[in-house]
Design a protein around this ligand. Structure first.
Ligand code: NDP
Length: 507
């Protein structure tokens, strides 16, 4: 992994098909966002290699799906152990590939991925794939069984590469399916490592395959007739294309898409907690988190105190060397994405004319020795935003907070606030900060979002099903419900009374 002048940090990344590394002639490069230099050449999948990966999955499916859940569980738990042993090595790869600080990737990305694998491995060993039995009459009963789907496609975004790969492959493999996984072309490095960890743990060849490439590879995979399900994480617009392609083959889908989530501070909130929550909801992972609470509703009564404390705390957002233990804010993932975020900031200043409270255009001040060539943007806060501003309506997916002040003196303020919070086509997450726990639940019950938080933001443990409402997605990942998306149901009615019914009996 050393990088003498002019050499890549990582070896060429082949595809991984049927338990073997698989080279192709065409390659593309992955770039280190912290310094804008190539990290590795990546083999690009073509139609033939995608087909080979699906065939490898098909060949592996009969035996893997027939492996008893207890045995599958043991194998997957060995992979969990390997992931945890290699946490820092994998986190370093994620930091190089995504630009996210090592302080984050070493404590969140691999950890939360391994947790989900452990959760599903344990769940299937303790009856998680059992069906139900209903005694209908003394001599008739009904039972259900759950069957795996077959070969499934996983298509990932670039913000949490190994976590997304694990959140998809863990329930997929645990349920007895096989997977062909395509990571984002911007963050491909984790996929081969994960495939080799699965193999080392005892996952048979062909159960987990990797194809690399851009959207065209994803599209070929989605439309392949051998694919039974597509689990997709990405933008709403791409998700709509993927879902419609999958629909023509009547494939199962899970869609984990974008959001423009409301973070609601109520008048009685503890300002300190509310500020911490709003910062977490906007600047963690340099704002590249799907569940970010980018519309921060603050009552006018506490707005001055909220903004003052927020500005005081912004000194704790520290850009710097991404491997430095004191850095907690990295560059954005790619040049194209940093340009997109800068455009939104410019729009907020020039067209929306929101009040710029912090940050703005350009790069943040970096400590000496840190490359200025990285895809940096400044953590930015707009205030006095209104609902119609573009920056308050569209997902920016960068470190840009919009504060929307609201009057709370009128008794009907709450219904107006909830209407505004819900006034978006997306519905991924939402949160409320208040000391009044009754009120918190009343508000949460009215929010149109699949993931909600009370007095906190962002935690997404393995036990918690997560998925969006409205245009933010279909289905859920994680928790018991997450496993249901990877199986089909079979209902069987058994009659022991010797009759098939009375309709024709007398004819
Ligand atoms: P994109 O939609 O651009 O890409 C997602 C994946 O889809 C990538 O692997 C991409 O390939 C691939 N892809 C692109 N076009 C097609 C196609 N026509 N058919 C099949 N696959 C295709 O999303 P981003 O990578 O930009 O990710 C950011 C988005 O992801 C944000 O909107 C964010 O909110 C969302 N997200 C949602 C999460 C959730 O759980 N709800 C979690 C994390 C992110 P390539 O990149 O190589 O072109």
């Amino acid at each position: 992994m050393s990088s003498p002048q002019g050499q890549m940090k990582y070896e060429q990344q082949p595809l991984f098909i049927g338990g073997q590394r698989h080279k192709t002639t065409n390659t593309f490069q992955t770039i280190d966002p912290a310094c804008n230099t190539p990290l590795a050449d990546i083999c690009q999948a073509d139609k033939a290699s995608i087909h080979a990966a699906v065939e490898a999955g098909k060949n592996a499916f009969p035996s893997w799906s027939a492996t008893p859940p207890m045995e599958r569980s043991r194998i997957l738990l060995r992979a969990v152990k390997l992931l945890r042993e290699r946490n820092d090595e994998l986190a370093t790869i994620e930091t190089h590939d995504t630009g996210k600080p090592f302080t984050e990737t070493s404590t969140v990305d691999v950890v939360t991925g391994a947790d989900v694998l452990e959760y599903y491995a344990n769940l299937i060993a303790s009856g998680g794939l059992n069906g139900e039995t209903t005694q209908l009459r003394p001599d008739a009963w009904m039972y259900t069984t759950k069957a795996p789907l077959g070969v499934c496609a996983g298509i990932g975004a670039w913000n949490y590469p190994i976590q997304i790969a694990l959140w998809k492959s863990a329930p997929c493999l645990a349920a007895g399916n096989c997977m062909v996984y395509k990571p984002s072309e911007f963050t491909p490095l984790h996929a081969l490592k994960l495939a080799e960890i699965y193999m080392k743990a005892g996952v048979p060849p062909g159960v987990f395959n990797v194809v690399q490439g851009a959207g065209d590879v994803g599209a070929l995979l989605t439309s392949h007739p051998g694919i039974a399900k597509v689990s997709f994480t990405g933008q709403v617009s791409t998700g709509a294309k993927v879902a419609s392609s999958a629909a023509s083959g009547m494939k199962y889908v899970t869609m984990e898409l974008g959001g423009k989530s409301p973070c609601i501070i109520l008048p009685d909130a503890n300002v300190e907690d509310a500020v911490d929550g709003a910062m977490m909801a906007n600047f963690f992972s340099t704002g590249q988190v799907c569940t970010n609470g980018t519309r921060v509703f603050v009552p006018e009564s506490i707005l001055p105190a909220f903004e003052k404390r927020l500005l005081e705390k912004m000194v704790h957002v520290r850009p710097g060397d991404v491997m430095d233990p004191s850095t907690n804010f990295g560059p954005l993932v790619s040049e194209v994405h940093s340009q997109k975020v800068q455009k939104y900031i410019a729009h907020g200043i020039e067209i929306d004319k929101a009040k710029l409270l912090y940050g703005g255009l350009g790069k943040p001040t970096l400590p000496p020795g840190v490359s200025p060539n990285g895809f940096w943007v400044r953590p930015t806060i707009f205030t006095n935003c209104t609902d119609t501003m573009l920056i308050a309506r569209e997902e920016i997916f960068g470190p840009v907070m919009c504060i929307l002040p609201y009057p709370a003196h009128h008794p009907s303020y709450l219904s107006s606030l909830i209407r505004r919070a819900n006034d978006t086509s997306m519905g991924l997450a939402a949160g409320v900060f208040t000391r009044d726990i009754d009120l918190a639940h009343k508000v949460v019950a009215q929010l149109q979002a699949g993931i909600t938080w009370v007095n906190t933001w962002g935690e997404s443990p393995a036990e918690m099903p997560v998925g969006g409402w409205k245009m933010s997605g279909l289905g859920v990942e994680n928790g018991r419900r997450g496993l249901e998306g990877w199986v089909r149901n079979k209902s069987t009615l058994v009659e022991m009374g010797g009759t098939v019914g009375t309709v024709f009996a007398k004819l």
